[in-house]
Design a protein around this ligand. Structure first.
Ligand code: MGD
Ligand code: MGD
Ligand code: SF4
Ligand code: MO
Length: 653
């Protein structure tokens, strides 16, 4: 099955920059700023979600940065482009001269194109550091690590288009009905309509639950236990795909032994779910030919959930065919591409390890210099070292705090930097502290390529002009690169950078810009640029042996202290049109509210060792007992505490 089966989009069409689904849209013919959906490889019927319809409005000229700003006498003041670029380059090179290149870090750019990300990491590495990362990657770090280390590639194994072939779809820790609506409505709902069983595993009921045939709401922290119980029950029911296990996996012997002793009823009791419902799900999975997993940010509590999901899929032979696989749903529009282009501290373009001499040599042949061999700092680690060992940062389209919008934590870190250069569309907490702010063009205003959540590289067409003097990030990075490094950054246009990137990245080898413009191409190309790959691992996994190993999942199900509740966070948002929290309340089950003398509407303090937040209570049947649900923005100060539990008390106590 080829990966370029989409239709060629209309000439004025581009890719929606607001999430990783990658729908095709165009400016509407007369209806103000509303976008018009255009039939594309993902939204074949031209469907858009509400956010996509508002894309031009969200990225329009209101409040946009339109001129470069340079700090003079403590104030950010308008400057010319050459003046601002010189100042930015000087500030960064002074840090490298006074300390060394590892005193710099480069953050970005999951909202930017593949070519822009490629330039950003080339700039970092050409200056001598691997301190380059993108924070959106961290939303799905556990899921992607499991995929990369166990199967080979840090990416969704399958395609949206194959989902209707699944017999069972397990949605775990995600709410695609709200967060990836076009993907859900175009591929999951029709499958369910045609008889696919949708099993939602989440301690909270959300929009996705409404479409599901079964909702399992295990106690938080017990997902891996429940999934391992499913593996044991599926085995008992003869649901193991013996030939797949024999030909494509390793380590089954000891894994099967550990399952043989597994007490599924005890697991159900620990997870506080109905054992009969669990058996019914196991029956469906055992009888299924194709099982697909869709996973979101709710599996990120540790590595065990992702590992248990991979085990379940290996056991049932659910890899390498349409309608199967481990599909971690990326969030931002080019989160996948930022990783593929090399905006990771441990990987060169195409996911090649920085500590591999052959891969560095291949890069050196293209760049004329070898990238550093030691992995750099993750974004999280770098932010913690601001003012200590890290003194300068180039930030392209990010808000570089571990979590966003906590002004005081961020301010403390950012004020410790001696050079901060920010490239963005809007002012933010980060630009407030910058020495130089460079105004960028938005996704709908620029050319280049982006890669959606199912590995499809698609082409952007500038649909509207950028406001004022804003420029595409590509031009800004090219200018900075020319000043800081030299000739290696003199690209004629973004296609020249695309060509260089695809020469260096084995999974993009031979991919051509014209094939990308003609309906998109899903990497890997296997060297044939016009054809992509819809389903990974059809013949073999990309591991040394070609097999995937079972993981003996260590399940840690420590109980929360009796008076504490597990903090559940949802409605994560990223991106410019993310509205503020629509719901500031803490949601509690009746059985948790009553013993605390709490009623709907009471004012409470939600507290842990990191912080406290005052809000009101919503007594709510959609959250399970033992949990407290908060919108991500409201939870922000609390999530910095590793314990992830909170105490909820009346504000008056
Ligand atoms: N409190 C809280 N914290 C969160 C979340 C939350 O919901 N609440 N969500 C989490 C999640 S899921 C994510 S992915 C991260 C997101 O974290 P970030 O990526 O840091 O934040 P965003 O707000 O998505 O975008 C950062 C900036 O990119 C700019 N931008 C957009 N397009 C372009 C472009 O083309 N060029 C340039 N140069 N800039 C551009 C925007 O103007 C914005 O200021 O935050 C995480 N942290
Ligand atoms: N409209 C809109 N859509 C977006 C975005 C946006 O800003 N607006 N942002 C995009 C981005 S950047 C991202 S990362 C994605 C995020 O997409 P999702 O990850 O689907 O988003 P959340 O709503 O945060 O869903 C997380 C779910 O995990 C559940 N959960 C929490 N803890 C656990 C647990 O221990 N076990 C299980 N099984 N479940 C748990 C929560 O209850 C919640 O239902 O959305 C993308 N889509
Ligand atoms: S689903 Fe995502 S890509 Fe599609 S229109 Fe909505 S925000 Fe844009
Ligand atoms: Mo995200």
């Amino acid at each position: 099955m080829g990966g370029n089966d989409g239709e060629r989009p209309a000439d004025d069409a581009t890719v929606c920059p607001l999430c990783a689904v990658g729908c095709t849209l165009a400016p509407s013919d007369g209806d103000g700023d509303r976008a018009r959906g255009v039939s594309g490889p993902v939204n074949r019927d031209g469907r858009l979600c509400q956010r996509g319809i508002g894309a031009f409005d969200a990225l329009g000229s209101d409040g946009r940065l339109t001129t470069p700003l340079v700090r003079r006498d403590g104030e950010l003041r308008a400057a010319s482009w050459p003046g601002a670029l010189d100042r930015a380059a000087n500030a960064l090179s002074t840090v490298a001269d006074e300390h060394d290149a590892d005193a710099l870090c480069f953050f970005g750019a999951p909202h930017c194109t593949n070519e822009e990300n490629y330039l950003l990491q080339k700039l970092a590495r050409s200056m001598g550091t691997n301190n380059v990362d993108n924070r959106a990657r961290l939303c799905h770090a556990a899921g992607m690590t499991a995929l990369e280390t166990r199967l080979g590639r840090p990416a969704m194994t399958n395609s949206l288009a194959g989902l209707p072939d699944a017999d069972v779809i397990l949605v775990v820790g995600a709410n695609p009905a709200r967060q990836q609506p076009v993907a859900f409505d175009s591929y999951v709902r029709p499958a369910v309509h045609d008889g696919t069983a949708l099993v939602h595993v989440d301690p909270r009921e959300n929009q996705t639950t409404r479409a599901a045939s079964v909702h399992l709401a295990p106690r938080p922290g017990t997902d891996a236990l429940v999934l391992t119980a499913l593996c044991a029950l599926v085995t008992e029911r003869g649901g193991v795909d013996e030939s797949f296990v024999a030909e494509r996996t390793s380590g089954y012997g000891s894994y099967a032994e550990s399952l043989a002793d597994f007490d599924a009823d005890r697991a159900a009791a620990t997870a506080d779910i109905d054992p009969e419902t669990l058996r019914a799900v196991a029956d469906r999975i055992a009888a299924a030919d194709r099982v697909a997993v869709l996973a979101g940010t709710g599996i990120e509590g540790g590595s065990d959930t992702a590992d248990a999901l991979v085990d379940l899929l290996l056991l049932t032979g659910s890899f390498g065919r349409p309608g199967t696989g481990m599909n971690v749903l990326r969030g931002l529009n080019n989160e996948q591409g930022a990783t593929d282009a090399g905006c990771r501290p441990d990987r060169l373009p195409g996911h090649r390890p920085v500590d591999s001499p052959e891969d560095r040599a291949r890069v050196a042949a293209e760049w004329g210099m070898e990238p550093p061999a030691t992995p750099g700092l993750t974004e999280r680690a770098a932010v913690e070292r601001f003012g200590d060992s890290v003194h300068g940062a180039l930030v392209v389209g990010e808000n570089p705090a571990v979590e966003k919008r906590d002004a005081s934590w961020l301010r403390d870190r950012l004020t410790d930097l001696s050079a901060l250069v920010v490239v963005d569309l809007f002012e933010s907490e980060t630009t407030e502290h910058a020495d130089v702010v460079l105004p960028a063009a938005a996704g709908v205003e620029k050319a280049g390529t982006v890669t959606n959540l199912d590995r499809r590289v698609q082409s952007l067409t500038p649909a509207v002009a950028p406001p004022g003097d804003a420029r595409p990030d590509f031009e800004i990075l090219r200018e900075l690169g020319t000043r800081l490094v030299g000739d290696a950054f003199e690209y004629e246009d973004s296609t020249a950078a695309f060509d260089e990137w695809t020469r260096l990245s084995p999974v993009h080898e031979g991919m051509t810009r014209s094939a990308v413009a003609d309906g998109g191409v899903q990497w890997p190309t296997a060297g044939d640029g016009s054809r992509g790959t819809a389903v990974l691992y059809e013949e073999a996994f990309e591991t040394e042996s070609g097999r995937a190993a079972f993981a003996d999942v260590e399940v840690d199900t420590a109980d929360a202290p009796a008076d504490e509740l597990t903090l559940l966070v949802g409605s994560r948002a990223g991106g410019v049109s993310a509205a503020g929290p629509s719901d500031e309340r803490v949601h509690l089950a009746e059985d948790d509210a009553a013993p605390r003398d709490l009623e709907d509407g009471d004012t409470v303090v939600v507290r842990n060792d990191a912080a406290e937040v005052e809000t009101t209570v919503a007594v709510d049947g959609s959250v399970r007992e033992g949990t407290a649900y908060l919108h991500a923005d409201v939870a922000d100060p609390l999530v910095r505490d590793e314990s992830a539990t909170v105490r909820v008390r009346p504000a008056s106590q």
